[in-house]
Design a protein around this ligand. Sequence first.
Ligand code: AMP
Ligand code: FES
Ligand code: ZN
Ligand code: ZN
Length: 314
Amino acid sequence: MKCRVCREPAVIDIRRHNANFCVEHFLRLCRDQVAKAIEDFHMLEPGDRVLVAVSGGKDSLAVWDLLRELGYEADGLYVGLGIGGYSDRSGQRTKAFAEERGWPLQVIDLRDDHGYDVPTAAKVTKRVPCSACGLSKRHLFDRAALDGGYDAVVTGHNLDDEAAVLFGNTLRWEAEYLARQLPVLPARHGFPRKVKPLVRLGERETAAYCVLRGIDYVVEECPMAAGNKHLGYKEALNAIEAASPGSKHAFYFGFLDRAAPRFADAAPASGEGEVLGTCSVCGSPSTNDTCAFCRLVERTAGAQPVVLTAKGSS
Ligand code: AMP
Ligand code: FES
Ligand code: ZN
Ligand code: ZN
């Protein structure tokens, strides 16, 4: 197995590119793919200050590293979700990563700073944990970016994530979600710009990138997400990709190129559409008098904290 670029021994094969790469040229490929995504979708301008939402997993640590490599002023934001030992380990890994490099990292803890955690919010609201988790993260990312004067919020969503979400939305023809499933959402209604620079890289590549760059990431997945639909869609797409390499890329980028414009008129799915005013508690843009985040804080106030056992605690 030889590197496509230099013919030296290769360390990784990428079937959808029908090519193998040595360490140096694989790392260069990752940087080039991120630079191309940023340019093609006008995600960032040179000199932009960006806030990278980092979970301690491979994707978000890789994207932070890649953006710094590409010369962006990129700071980190970690949100402690209170999901037992999983959150403890994620926080430790993220803080160690930032400290080793001397890169600024802002840490927000749901329990310490807002009086609740994801397992407790899930119990109080009687909804799946990912619902309160997603709502909290979106709100806190937006708030931190606006308060810190950042030009954009960056997340580590990769090609596998985006293709899986697209698959789910297409299965149910969720027109409103399809209208918003873009690699960049411009700033509007008081929300910051949101960008996903890893859309041209798969999760096998972001994992390899971390290993080859010596980035120590949390391998375990969130215990509360086990068995959710998203993971099932990923498995289905992996089976298709194995039989026909390049299918995920064709599915996602074909959608962006040829189908997404047809959904552009669909009404916004949630939150960020018809924003008429601001939250009377926190001042964030909101359709209601109190935003969904502040309502969650209110509802969970004083609730008996849920203690996770087994996988979630250490
Ligand atoms: P997920 O929603 O877990 O698929 O994560 C998607 C992206 O959201 C990650 O790549 C990160 O950029 C960001 N993210 C997830 N969890 C956290 C967290 N606890 N703190 C900060 N950012 C996060
Ligand atoms: Fe949000 Fe698991 S990371 S519920
Ligand atoms: Zn090479
Ligand atoms: Zn609010």
